[in-house]
Design a binder for this molecule. Structure first.
Ligand code: AMP
Length: 190
């Protein structure tokens, strides 16, 4: 099993690279943001309760996000996965570690993709033109998401640094350059 957390601010390129890494290492890929967006699109009760958080650029409650991941792990527990956008708080990380331990698994590596703030905003606004994501279209919401990342999520790096599982890479450059840095960082921890 190989469990990889892709970590970084909104717009750092996690989604794009997660898909490539999942193919390269033959792993599952879960994006908690995607799971939430799909609930919203399907108009489920869970989706409806998530809409406000997403549109304001705030984090959804830990308990709900953790249950989404728990559900996913029930059916995807054989070869490992790329976790994209999760965990986003220390509470999520602690519960996640326990969840994995219960099935005899662990996080192998967290890789941080470092991208400067102005580049994050530029990339998200560009993405918003095609993705139609409402939280990608307003600069205020984007700045709030980055602020929420700094306030609540950045600290999760400490959790995995203490476990000796943290790696950082430069997230600027071509998709191929960033991918090469990611695989090098991941392979150093396998
Ligand atoms: P993303 O697609 O990863 O940018 O996530 C989009 C939005 O979904 C975030 O701004 C949050 O509102 C919500 N979200 C996604 N993942 C999480 C998480 N692990 N914890 C809390 N909220 C999340």
């Amino acid at each position: 099993m190989l469990n990889i957390i892709l970590f970084g601010a909104p717009g750092c390129g996690k989604g794009t690279q997660a898909a490539r890494l999942a193919e390269h290492y033959d792993l599952y890929h879960i994006s908690t943001g995607e799971v939430i967006r799909s609930e919203i699109k399907r108009g489920t009760e869970l989706g409806k309760s998530m809409e406000g958080y997403i549109s304001r650029g705030e984090l959804a409650p830990d308990s709900i996000v953790v249950e989404m991941v728990r559900d996913f792990m029930r059916t995807h527990n054989d070869k490992g996965a790329i976790f994209d956008g999760f965990p986003r708080t220390t509470a999520q990380a602690e519960i996640f570690d326990t969840m994995l331990a219960e099935i005899g698994a662990k996080v192998d590596v967290m890789v941080f993709m470092d991208v400067p703030e102005e580049e994050l905003v530029r990339r998200i606004l560009l993405r918003g033109k095609d993705s139609g994501r409402q939280d990608d279209s307003s600069e205020d919401v984007i700045r709030n998401r980055i602020e929420v990342y700094r306030q609540q999520t950045e600290v999760v790096a400490d959790h995995y640094t203490k476990q000796g599982k943290y790696e950082a890479i430069n997230g600027l450059g071509t998709m191929d350059e960033v991918f090469a840095r990611l695989t090098e960082a991941i392979d150093s921890k396998r």
